[in-house]
Ligand binder design. Structure first.
Ligand code: AR6
Length: 178
């Protein structure tokens, strides 16, 4: 599904983030930025070893922030490595999850990137329940798009039908009149 936020598009699809042709894809990374499982493993496999070599030069990244690299063998020109929170069940979870989405989009704006694909950050190994993560992640992106028309397209790439349905329900609740 798709909604408009002013002139920009916020889109949800079911699929694999490594196959996206947006200018940047977002990685669900950890603070070391040195790779891992899940989305992170899939992106590093698809991008090739040059990605890890560039990540090694970055010196890590705090939780709630993001760093940018080239995309190497990916279709996307850039990878934005975003470090989501490990879910603890406190109000800080949502603050950090919103922050990581804002940081990723700020990097896109600064690099003249107009289209960005996100995975469902923190909802795998980091244990954030999808029903809780979806409104926080989507809300942060809608807020950003309202003030940053230079980002033309944000696509959430959800892994499997259940994930897609949860994010679609959250987006309908967030923009009921679209
Ligand atoms: N495309 C889109 N989404 C995917 C894909 C894919 N190819 N593969 C998995 N997902 P996770 P986290 C979904 O665990 O929770 C890593 O080891 C998956 O179903 O990748 O932020 C890092 O190095 C889930 O909904 O990221 C960190 O140590 C979502 O992507 C840690 O895991 C995120 O799952 C980060 O954990």
């Amino acid at each position: 599904m798709q909604v408009h936020v002013n002139e920009s598009i916020l889109e949800l699809v079911e699929g694999d983030i490594t196959q996206q042709e947006t200018e940047a894809i977002v990685n669900a990374a950890n603070s070391s930025l040195l790779g891992g499982g899940g989305v992170d493993g899939a992106i590093h496999r698809a991008a090739g070893p040059e990605l890890l070599a560039e990540c090694r030069t970055l010196g890590g990244c705090p939780v709630g922030e993001a760093r940018i690299t080239q995309g190497y063998r990916l279709k996307a020109r850039y990878v934005i490595h975003a470090v989501g929170p490990i879910y603890r069940g406190t109000p800080r979870d949502a603050e950090l999850l919103a922050s990581v989405h804002r940081h990723a989009l700020k990097l896109a704006s600064e690099h003249g990137i107009a289209s960005v694909a996100f995975p469902a950050i923190s909802t795998g190994a980091y244990g954030y329940p999808m029903e809780e993560a979806a409104p926080v992640a989507l809300g942060a992106v809608v807020d950003y798009l309202r003030h940053h028309p230079e980002i033309r397209l944000v696509r959430f790439v959800l892994f499997g039908r259940r994930a897609y349905q949860i994010y679609a329900a959250a987006l309908k609740a967030l923009v009921p009149d679209d």
